[in-house]
Ligand binder design. Structure first.
Ligand SMILES: N[C@@H](CCC(=O)N[C@@H](CS)C(=O)NCC(=O)O)C(=O)O
Length: 250
């Protein structure tokens, strides 16, 4: 089989989720960063139902979305590992589904409502990471036109950011209830897709330094102040531990 290609935005937490799963399961793949805007061409090319990334293309197989990519990666694991132990599969998927639908959407809107709307030039370097020369050039040229489209599509703004911050706070409280005063993992007694999903989607806020991109280069001021205030919350300390134990490189 030709080496699969994982299409990503370097900055995206859902893309980090898919990438981490592939690496954890020992699946060889090529990482291909795509510029926002250019990524919409993939929908037509691969007959996708939407434009979102991550997308995995493996020969004739097209796997769209982080949860589907984890399923595919498990079927192709080269190291005998699993992220969905049969005995707790339904619970793993339920926790992952809630995280994807709520935490993923609102950690992103909370960040971009401040970062992209108020400090677009500080966010741009993260979108440039890994791009081809041509796409870098295109992104520089198109950036002032791309950011309003992103703001509209993600429904960004001061009020929306505050609403998402409250939701993120509530979801951290929910995670803390699942961790129940010191459990090692969210579901069962081993590392699963539920833990991997929670850690990827909250990575930026957690302040982990074990993310493959290193510590998040830029946090806008209000979010940075929240991060300081929340740093020792059990959920964020747990996410840093999950990264250190299951993602640290080398
Ligand atoms: N539930 C999807 C969400 C993916 C998603 O929202 N990706 C964002 C990047 S964080 C995206 O590609 N947005 C641009 C678009 O939808 O065109 C998954 O888990 O893959």
């Amino acid at each position: 089989m030709a080496t699969p290609t994982l299409f990503v935005f370097a900055i995206s937490h859902y893309c980090e989720k898919a990438r981490w799963a592939l690496e954890y399961l020992g699946v060889d793949f090529e990482l291909r960063s795509v510029a926002p805007g250019v990524h919409t061409r993939l929908q037509k090319k691969y007959g996708l139902s939407g434009t979102s990334l991550p997308l995995l293309v493996a020969g004739d197989e097209v796997v769209h979305g982080s949860a589907a990519i984890i399923d595919w990666a498990e079927a192709h694991a080269s190291n005998g590992r699993t992220l969905t132990p049969a005995a707790v599969a339904a619970d793993c998927r339920a926790v992952e589904g809630r995280l994807d639908d709520i935490a993923g959407v609102h950690t992103r809107r909370y960040f971009y409502s401040e970062a992209l709307v108020e400090y677009p030039d500080k966010v741009k370097p993260a979108f440039l990471e890994g791009l081809s020369f041509r796409e870098r050039l295109l992104l520089h040229l198109m950036w002032p036109r791309i950011t309003p489209v992103m703001a509209r599509r993600m429904d960004l703004g001061r009020e929306q950011g505050e609403e998402s911050r409250t939701i993120v706070d509530d979801e951290l409280t929910w995670l803390e209830a699942l961790l129940d005063g010191g459990r090692a993992y969210l579901v069962g007694d081993t590392f699963t897709r539920a833990d991997l999903t929670a850690a990827s989607l909250f990575a930026r806020l957690s302040g982990t330094t074990d993310h493959p991109r290193g510590k998040e280069g830029y946090l806008p001021p209000r979010m940075a102040a929240d991060q300081q205030a929340w740093l020792e919350r059990p959920a964020l300390a747990w996410i840093r531990r999950i990264y250190a134990e299951h993602r640290r490189q080398g």
